[in-house]
Design a binder for this molecule. Structure first.
Ligand code: PLP
Length: 394
């Protein structure tokens, strides 16, 4: 027996592979620090949990309308005004997480043979779903000197007649990069001139330390060519609830909903009610959390830069740092993968190798600082000690 060859086109997320290895170490009795997985270390806000439980008790346990509960779609459209995005419930399609919307968007927009511009480094699922849909990912670089914003000139130089879509992720995983308004305006102008779709992954939108947003869908003329992808996992610590959405032109929401009907039918109904509470209730837990992330970042970045051989920019958004460890690699003849593996095995600290995010990630690590502050500080201490001991043995 054999499975369809298309399965071979799928990539994966190394975070899950490393998490698995870390869990095995934990099962053997070790205290492992988890900086590999992009998961908030805070609980889902109490009022959101309460709304989910109440929805269950009230019997909201049946199929929902395929595109999503109308009140949630309304609440999303309203909340997007904060980002300058004008949307109505009819533009919104609910999915069990942002990831299914990335998958559906790829299937809905990409023809076999199309090129799709993907950030390098970038979330590995972009490349995976583009290939799965029959397209070819074409990497565009980020500008490390400008806070890892998309390098617009380099991006435009990669556009050909085959280019169908541009994937943006702001704030960006794995670098924490954001774009300036000028940067976004130029990207929008390029998308319009070359008639491109834009898939704008904004799952980290509320986690930006200067309180700004950069949604390309807010730029005039862009809403009709953008699928904005977002979810509740990161901002409201709802990773396990599975709740996300896409915002798109009204005419596309219909066929996108048919795609959903053919796949998961609808998103869990009671979960959608919890989502309404997340958006319409107090934003204080989110604000408090972003403030605590900022404090962790401000301790972590100087700590990393103080380690001989590591340089690290301070991210403007999301909860990842992407330190350049190439000087450590050079003097030890390790690859970033080898370094991450040994750091886990010997210092019980789980991080990801930058190479998991594309060729431009070589020589880097990705550390998530979304967990408890004390764990992040202990991880920094272990990293410092371990890199020091490596230097001593070379
Ligand atoms: N997009 C990016 C850039 C991510 O980093 C992640 C999760 O790590 C997702 C999407 C998936 O989010 P969700 O849990 O809503 O599927």
């Amino acid at each position: 027996m054999r499975a369809a060859t298309r399965l071979g086109r799928l990539g994966t997320e190394s975070a899950y592979v490393v998490l698995d290895a870390a869990k095995r170490l934990e099962a053997a009795g070790h205290r492992v620090l988890h900086l590999e997985i992009g998961e908030p270390g805070i609980p889902t806000p109490a009022h959101v949990v309460e709304a989910g439980v109440r929805a269950l008790r009230e019997g909201r346990t049946r199929y929902a309308v395929a595109a999503g509960v109308p009140e949630l779609r309304d609440a999303i459209a309203l909340a997007l005004a904060r980002r300058g995005v004008r949307a109505m419930a009819e533009n919104v399609v609910i999915t069990p997480g942002a990831k299914p919307m990335l998958f559906c968007a790829a299937l809905a927009l990409i023809e076999p043979g199309d090129d799709v511009l993907c950030p390098d480094p970038g979330f590995p699922i972009y490349e995976s779903v583009v290939r799965f849909a029959g397209g070819t990912p074409v990497y565009y670089p980020l500008d490390a000197a400008r806070g890892f914003a998309p390098d617009v000139d380099a991006l435009e130089a990669r556009i050909t007649r085959r280019t169908r879509a541009l994937i943006l992720n702001l704030p960006h995983n794995p670098t924490g990069g954001v774009a300036s308004p000028e940067n976004l305006a130029r990207l929008a102008e390029i998308a319009q001139r070359h008639d491109l779709w834009v898939v704008s992954d904004e799952v980290y939108a509320p986690i930006r330390y200067d309180g700004r947003y950069d949604s390309i869908a807010a730029v005039p003329g862009m809403a009709e060519r953008t699928v904005l992808v977002d979810g509740f996992s990161k901002a409201y610590s709802m990773t396990g609830w599975r709740l996300g959405f896409g915002v798109m032109p009204k005419w596309l929401a219909g066929p996108m909903t048919t795609l959903i009907i053919n796949n998961f039918s609808c998103t869990a109904t009671f979960v959608q009610y919890a989502g309404i509470a997340a958006l319409t209730g107090t934003q204080e837990p989110l604000e408090r959390w972003v403030a605590s992330l900022r404090a962790t970042r401000d301790a972590l970045v100087p700590g990393l830069n103080a380690i001989d051989g590591i340089t690290c920019a301070s991210p403007a958004g999301a909860f990842y740092v992407f330190p350049d460890v190439s000087a450590v690699l050079e003097r030890t003849s390790l690859t970033a993968d080898g370094l991450a593996e040994r750091l886990l095995a010997e210092a019980h600290t789980a991080v990801l190798a930058g190479s998991a995010f594309g060729p431009a990630g070589a020589g880097h690590l990705r550390l998530s600082y979304a967990g408890a502050r004390a764990d992040v500080e202990l991880a920094l201490e272990r990293l410092r000690g371990w890199v020091g001991s490596l230097a001593a043995t070379v």
